[in-house]
Write a protein that binds this ligand. Structure first.
Ligand code: SF4
Length: 337
């Protein structure tokens, strides 16, 4: 029962009508007990549903189990999450009510500065398993924002991610803007996002304005010129009204050069965008270095002065390996399928 469609089929087979189905999904995705609310409402549930619901609830609870918690000093917390088949993924509780969820176990993009993609793709995470990560997070603390920046490239699991987003943006009590779809850039994303009932905010992982360097850093990302990516993202966010978040992992002497800063100004000035610069988080065995905070701050200041809204961020949870590029399927218990 990894997919939301499986959950809906189970409920319908038990006699649930659309309103029963909505209620069960709403309570589950908000981590509220199924018997919350008026007892009288329970009495209106068909008998078959009342009797079958505990088994469905048990299965929903088993979709994303808490294996271990790793609190960071900044109020974030990395969660190792066990899925129904014994695979594991990671979610990160962020300071100020956010949660970062995973959409795949492993990742096929293979960014050279990221731990997640080092073993390639293991499997897709189902739409119900994605919502279950949010429900699990909500069982631990209130969640007001969900970012799809954990393990995996959401564009490579587009149908499942969008099913989860549609549920979270309707029954899940989250505004569209509070759901952040993150991608390295893929034409399918720019076609799909504007058509859905829930239109999430867009985060574009750009990392460089040079096409040749991007091929090197993100070897299996679609070959779309950085300028075209930014234009496609800009067209989407102008329709939604909330800004595009451009993600930039800052790698010393790689993408912090004067040439890159000129490229950023050329691509982003005048766009409805925020550049999020995140100094690289160390990953064992990788050759990259993190620039000093002073150097990163000077870069952010320069870009700001040249007309690009730039935020320099510490990646949440990096002291517990919960930062950008540090997530992986720790303690996986079954072989790769
Ligand atoms: Fe995949 Fe994102 Fe890691 Fe790149 S940075 S390998 S897209 S998880």
């Amino acid at each position: 029962m990894r997919q939301l469609s499986d959950v809906r089929d189970r409920l319908r087979a038990l006699g649930a009508g659309p309103s029963h189905e909505r209620r069960v999904l709403r309570l589950w995705s908000n981590a509220l007990p199924q018997d919350s609310g008026s007892r009288a409402i329970e009495d209106f549930l068909p008998k078959s549903l009342r009797e079958g619901l505990p088994a469905v609830e048990a299965e929903l609870a088993g979709l994303a189990r808490l294996v271990s918690r790793h609190p960071g000093e900044d109020g974030s917390e990395r969660l190792l999450v066990g899925l129904g088949d014994g695979q594991t993924c990671e979610s990160v509780l962020l300071p100020r009510g956010g949660v970062c969820v995973s959409s795949q176990i492993g990742c096929a993009v293979g960014c050279t500065f990221c731990m997640t993609g080092r073993e390639g793709l293991v499997r897709q995470i189902g739409s119900a398993e994605i919502v279950a990560q949010v429900a699990l997070a909500r069982s631990l603390r209130p969640v007001r924002k969900v970012v799809f920046m954990g393990m995996g490239e959401p564009a490579h699991n587009l149908a499942n991610v969008m099913d989860a987003i549609d549920l979270l943006g309707t029954a899940g009590n989250l505004g569209h803007k509070q759901l952040v779809f993150s991608t390295v850039g893929d034409e399918r994303v720019f076609e799909r996002l504007p058509r859905g009932p829930v239109k999430p905010a867009l985060a574009l992982s750009l990392h460089t304005t040079r096409a040749d360097l991007r091929e090197e850093l993100l070897p299996r990302a679609p070959r779309i010129a950085p300028q075209d990516l930014v234009e496609a993202g800009d067209a989407y966010v102008r329709a939604t009204g909330y800004p595009m978040q451009v993600q930039w992992t800052l790698l010393e002497d790689v993408n912090d050069t004067a040439e890159e800063l000129d490229g950023i100004v050329r691509l982003l000035r005048g766009k409805h965008a925020v550049l999020n610069m995140i100094p690289y988080n160390s990953v064992p065995d990788l050759p990259y270095r993190r620039p000093s905070w002073e150097k990163a701050a000077a870069i952010a200041r320069t870009l700001h002065q040249r007309g690009v809204l730039t935020k320099l961020r510490h990646s949440a949870g990096q002291d517990v390996e919960g930062g950008c590029g540090q997530l992986r399927a720790r303690g996986r218990t079954v072989p790769i399928v």
